[in-house]
Structure formats: C-alpha cells, structure tokens
Design a protein around this ligand. Structure first.
Ligand SMILES: [Ca+2]
Ligand SMILES: [Ca+2]
Ligand SMILES: [Ca+2]
Length: 229
C-alpha cells in the first residue's frame, strides 16, 4: 500500500487526511493526464446554468433514496442507494465516502452532500484506462455523468501542475488567463479561492471544489427549510 507516500512536504498543516481523500487526489492526478476540454475560466462560468439545471434534476434521485423522506440520507439508505445503482464499493469505502462528504457532521447526506458524494463516486470509478468496458459505471443517469465530467474538467483546468490540488496561485493564474489586460481580477480570484478552501490549508481538493460549486449555483444545505419559511 505504498503509492500514496509521494506527497510533497508542502503539506505541513496536517489536517487528518483520510485514505479516501488521498485516493481522490490520486484519481484526479491520473485524470489530469488526459487533459481538459476547458479553455478558460469563462468557459467554466458559461457552463454554470447547465450544471445547475442538471444538479437540480438530481433532487428526484435524492428523494428516491431518502426513503423516510426526512431530508437526509442516512447510512442505511446510502447502502441501498449503492446497491440500486450497482456501485460495488466495499462497506468500508462507503463509510469513508459518507464521512468525507458529511461536512456538517449530522451523520447524514443532505442534498448538497449527496451531489458531492455521487460526483466523487464518478471520479473514483472512472475507468483509468479505456480498455475497461464502457458503461459499467453509468450511475444510471447519462445527463448527470456529463455534468460530473464537466466538473472534473473544470478542476483539471484549474490544477495547472496536475498534483490533484488547486493552489492559490493556480487560481489566480486561471482567472488572469481569462482577463488578460486587466489586473483587477486578482481580488476575485482570491475571493473565489477562499470560498473554496474549506479547511483553510491553502489547497483546494476536488471535494472542496464541489462543495463550493454547489454553493455557487445556489444549492446549499438549507434548501429543505423552505416549508418552514
Ligand atoms: Ca432519510
Ligand atoms: Ca450531513
Ligand atoms: Ca495544483
């Protein structure tokens, strides 16, 4: 189980990183070798409406798996979900994934957490080489897959040095590429970056990126409160 040790010592603030998160970084590194279809930061922004639409459709899926309709998917419901979608994660992997995505630590998946979880499944299960039969992990929702692919592409675009993390300078670089000429984009890049860097360690993982994304397109965990006004 070596493979994981090749991390640079730039990672001094040691917030405990789970095995799964390292796996995620590795998967992202591998994926970035294939390049990205994104040409600019703006091309990512242009995709927002479509991503938003597609993620909202995901609400139906969420409701289907929230068997007791309490607005959150618990561990048992999650297990059923994985069975139904035929995602063959081990019990341990499912539990890890659950913990990694449960950012409000209420022992359940809210809608935004569920989206992030599905997208991470997509990344982790993406066949590393093309010989793997296509369509094995379709997640059942072609539309959603395309959206996840877009999100992966966006991250690969930002991660200039392909180390599986987006650093502050990479974010600035990505935004400056778009608005060459004006120097005013720096503060925007900084703000975007700080919104993404959930644990404030100076690096953004794909997971953090996804959570930021759900906020940017207006999906947040309080979405279900509307019936209480
Ligand atoms: Ca539930
Ligand atoms: Ca939660
Ligand atoms: Ca990077």
């Amino acid at each position: 189980m070596g493979g994981i040790l090749g991390r640079s010592d730039s990672n001094k603030q040691s917030s405990p990183v789970s095995k799964l998160e390292l796996k995620m970084v590795e998967a992202m590194k591998k994926r970035s070798l294939k390049g990205t279809s994104m040409k600019s930061f703006n091309s990512i922004i242009m995709k927002f409406p479509k991503i938003d639409e597609s993620l909202r459709k995901c609400k139906t899926i969420f409701e289907e798996f929230d068997e007791d309709s309490n607005g959150t998917i618990d561990r048992v419901e999650m297990k059923h979900c994985f069975q139904k979608l035929e995602i063959d994660f081990s019990e341990e992997e499912i539990n890890d994934l659950f913990e990694v995505c449960d950012i409000n630590e209420d022992m359940g998946m809210k809608f935004n957490e569920f989206i992030v979880l599905l997208c991470l499944v997509y990344l982790l299960k993406e066949p590393a080489d093309s010989t793997v039969v296509q369509g094995k992990y379709q997640l059942g929702f072609p539309d959603l897959q395309a959206t996840f692919e877009t999100l992966v592409n966006a991250f690969v675009f930002l991660d200039k040095n392909s180390d599986g993390y987006v650093s502050k300078s990479e974010m600035v670089q990505a935004i400056n590429e778009t608005t060459s000429g004006e120097r005013s984009s720096g503060p925007i890049a900084m703000r975007r970056f700080e919104e993404m860097d959930w644990d404030k360690n100076g690096m953004v993982t794909f997971k953090e990126f996804l959570f930021a994304f759900t906020r940017w397109v207006g999906i947040d965990e309080n979405e279900d409160d509307e019936d209480e006004e």
